[in-house]
Design a protein around this ligand. Structure first.
Ligand code: NAP
Length: 257
């Protein structure tokens, strides 16, 4: 049975979707295990949400690329809060824009190690605790880039196609256990994502000029909705785009002059 106050672990909780999901789930009475590399941000968020909502929260630095770091984070969080039900494997990034044949090793490794390996490592570490708690829900944060490739985004698209396969596989493997698996796959959303990818605030801002992109809170709402549905319902995959983005890539966007 779904507990009244589930314990939810979120990676990448220092910004964007992860932070917004923490805020929304805290307002719904969830207890939270929050991780990211920027410790001061997750600590401040945890303190704020404890004060605002009377929940319990555990914050810790984690680098999801590193097995020991992920395992220590998950174990410490689950032990501190006394269990684990929900996992939002959200930490991820795009690094640069490159033709397939031009991508530097640093960008290639950053994306594959974070977006694919980091997600596997998070779920692998969390699953024993979720099973022990007896009820669970695992969220992948995919992307429209996992549904259609675009030029100069080959490795990012490969990473998101990769976790789509992982989400489908885990759904098959967990069938029969009281653990749901959902992939939430957003399109253009204004978070720190474009700044991290492009390294230039003006270029990042320009990407969203003249249209209304998704915000972190919109993606958080999709997660909340899927998480709170009656437990016999499993949303396998949820593609969510702003109204101004009609194609999976930016080929068809409604941009005002
Ligand atoms: N924004 C979009 O348009 C969009 C669309 C579709 C999918 N997505 C996906 O959504 C997810 C969240 O992105 P966002 O838009 O919220 O971007 P964001 O605002 O840049 O947030 C990314 C989060 O991931 C964390 N992170 C990155 N590398 C990490 C690592 N090695 N270990 C632990 N945490 C790490 C960051 O925290 P630290 O830097 O503090 O570690 C940050 O909290 C990503 O998987 C992204 O691919 C984004």
């Amino acid at each position: 049975m779904r507990p009244d106050h589930p314990i939810v672990l979120i990676t990448g909780a220092s910004a964007g979707f992860g932070e917004a999901t923490a805020r929304l789930l805290a307002s719904r009475g969830c207890h939270l295990i929050l991780g990211a590399r920027r410790l001061e941000r997750v600590q401040a968020l945890a303190a704020e949400l404890i004060a605002a909502h009377g929940i319990r929260a555990f914050a810790c630095a984690v680098d999801t690329r590193d097995t020991a770091s992920v395992e220590a984070f998950v174990k410490a969080g689950a032990e501190a809060l006394g269990g684990l039900h929900g996992v939002v494997a959200n930490a991820g990034l795009a690094s640069g824009l490159h033709k397939v044949w031009e991508i530097p090793d640093a960008d290639l490794e950053a994306m594959l190690r974070t977006n694919v390996e980091g997600v596997v490592k998070t779920i692998r570490a969390a699953l024993p605790f979720v099973r022990q708690s007896g009820w669970g829900h695992i969220f992948f944060i995919g992307s429209t880039a996992g549904h259609q490739a675009y030029e100069n985004g080959g490795v990012y698209c490969a990473s998101k196609h990769g976790i789509k396969a992982l989400a489908h596989t885990l759904r098959l493997e967990l069938c029969g256990e009281p653990i749901r698996v959902t992939s939430v796959d957003p399109g253009m959303a204004e978070t720190e994502f474009a700044l991290v990818r492009l390294g230039d605030p003006a270029k990042a801002k320009a990407l969203y000029q003249g249209l209304q992109p998704l915000a972190g809170a919109d993606v958080a709402e999709c997660i909340r909705w899927a998480f709170e549905l009656p437990e016999h319902i499993n949303i396998d995959e949820l593609i969510v785009k702003c109204r101004d983005q009609a194609s999976h890539t930016m080929a068809k966007v409604n941009r005002k002059a």
